[in-house]
Ligand binder design. Structure first.
Ligand code: GLN
Length: 501
């Protein structure tokens, strides 16, 4: 693997300034990397022409205008549920296979304005419903760590394409979406940094919705420093998304002199759960000891409603999915079945041909929960419980014994093999895979996943930090300190074998 793949954004920019590297040559090397690793199936479509044109513009700004932008010549991938003008946006679904948006998602407009170069659209579970990136019309994405042609490891999901694109060096950063863990989960399993910003900090305009009240664009990068560069670019109010936080965004700053001794860290006891592997528990303890050694105050806290979170999420997710998916009726967007018997038949055929079983079953369950006779019993009750889950976080962050951040594992195990993963259905897998990540979406709070060390299978194990709303700066400073101590190996030095791809 090319050493370039371990450069941070700042190092790449320095290399551009020193003319050791140029934006156009870097874009080319990333496009080459995508092709060399095509077996991983991280991308559903490459955007060579776009990337090359953007690379040329960056080069001009670097060397002719002598005034470059914050992400000039930085290669990015976009999960294929972000709308891109004139570029197909499929949600990995038959329903949108031929959908070509006429506008850009705000996050993409911002990345473009900052000089980023779009390498391609990345793979996902259909409509971001999943935790493995195995349910896509383009086939599954494979984890580069411990790669084998048969019984490979899953990438995690649903933003697995973005995580693999970054970890395999095909691009410097990628965006995913996170409604229940879909950015942090694949980041954790692929050994990269995953950031779920505070709900409303980053615009959802142009992100095809899954659970509107929980969705946020997420960031995947190889380092915390790079995650901050991307976060600073894409955050802030947007008149196109009424749920964005109106307050002006203050850029996140990482401080070299950041003082951990002033930080109180909570270890929520409910996050020790069935199925968590002993080596994950061991890693969790290892990092909490490191933080204590660094003079942070570490103590056990309680978030009593954690255990109901998955069931509540499942109900709310399916209710919102049922409403959201109603727009796909064969008339306005995407697929239209060849059916002219009646409008009802057109709807039914379009939706049964367009959606996979996972999507259809969520629509079905969601409509059941929303029936007049069930509405109070399921939907309203779930909303009340959601408030209690959210209050749990408020209590630990604001109560008498308050802590500043919470430290938990991101996933319960390292990346399962495709055989292990396929032994459970989508719903049970999500309940297992999202156990630690999903409560943050209920409360809208920010969370960061950082890789810590390798498991005995030589696969990444990661931890998650969560904090109160808009505590990104604190979280990312703590994350960077941990990153600098644990020195997680870059995939280069693990020497993955993709020679057979
Ligand atoms: N696994 C969860 C689901 O399928 C979360 C997905 C996500 O965050 N997009 O609903």
């Amino acid at each position: 693997m090319n050493k370039l793949t371990s450069y941070t954004i700042k190092e790449i920019h320095k290399a551009y300034r020193d003319k050791i590297l140029t934006p156009t040559s870097f874009v080319d090397s990333c496009l080459q990397k995508v092709r060399q690793t095509s077996e991983l199936n991280a991308f559903v479509a490459l955007t060579d022409d776009v990337a090359e044109t953007q690379g040329i513009e960056s080069e001009k700004r670097f060397y002719i205008d002598k005034k470059h932008r914050p992400l000039d010549g930085i290669t990015v991938g976009l999960k294929d549920n972000f709308c891109t003008n004139n570029i197909a946006t499929t949600c990995a679904s038959n329903m949108l296979k031929n959908f070509i948006p006429t506008y850009d998602a705000t996050v993409y407009s911002k990345l473009k304005d900052a000089g980023a170069c779009l390498v391609g659209k990345t793979n996902l579970d259909e409509f971001a419903m999943g935790s493995g990136t195995v349910d896509s019309i383009f086939g599954p994405t494979r984890n580069p760590w411990g790669y084998k042609v048969e019984n490979w490891r899953i990438a995690g999901g649903s933003s697995g394409g973005s995580a693999v694109a970054v970890s395999s060096g095909a691009c410097v950063a990628a965006l995913g979406s996170d409604s229940g863990g879909s950015t942090r989960n694949p980041a954790a399993l692929c050994g990269v940094v995953g950031v779920k910003p505070t709900y409303g900090l980053v615009s959802r305009y142009g992100l095809i919705p899954l659970v509107n009240s929980m969705d946020v664009p997420g960031i995947l990068t190889r380092t915390v420093d790079d995650a901050v560069s991307i976060l600073n670019c894409i955050s802030g109010p947007d008149i196109m998304d009424s749920t964005t936080i109106k307050k002006e965004f203050k850029e996140v700053v990482l401080r070299d002199d950041f003082d951990l001794s002033k930080v109180k860290i909570g270890i929520p006891k409910e996050y020790y759960c069935d199925g968590m592997s002993p080596e994950v528990i061991d890693m969790w303890k290892f990092v909490s000891d490191i933080l204590e050694n660094e003079k942070a105050a570490v103590k056990t806290v309680s978030l009593p409603y954690t255990s109901v979170s998955i069931a509540v999420y499942s109900i709310l997710n399916q209710c919102e999915v049922a409403s959201n998916m109603a727009r796909y009726d064969g008339l306005e967007y995407g697929l239209r079945a060849d059916e002219d018997y009646s409008t009802e038949e057109l709807y039914a055929s379009t939706r049964s041909q367009g959606f996979n079983n996972v999507v259809r079953s969520r629509i079905f369950a969601g409509n059941y929960f929303l029936l007049t006779r069930n509405y109070e019993k399921y939907f309203i009750k779930a909303l009340k419980l959601r408030r209690l889950i959210s209050n749990d976080f408020k209590n630990v962050f604001n109560g008498d014994n308050k802590v500043d951040v919470l430290l938990t594992p991101t996933t319960l195990t390292d990346a399962p093999t495709i055989e292990e993963f396929s032994s459970k259905n989508n719903r049970d897998q999500c309940a297992f895979q999202d156990y630690c990540t999903q409560p943050a979406n209920m409360a809208g709070i920010p969370a960061v996943s950082i890789p810590i060390r390798l498991s005995k299978n030589k696969l990444p194990l990661s931890l998650q930090l969560m904090g109160p709303n808009l505590s990104e700066e604190l979280l990312l400073n703590v994350a960077r300190r941990i990153e600098s101590i644990v020195k997680f190996p870059c995939i280069d030095s693990v020497n993955i074998n993709t020679s057979n791809v």
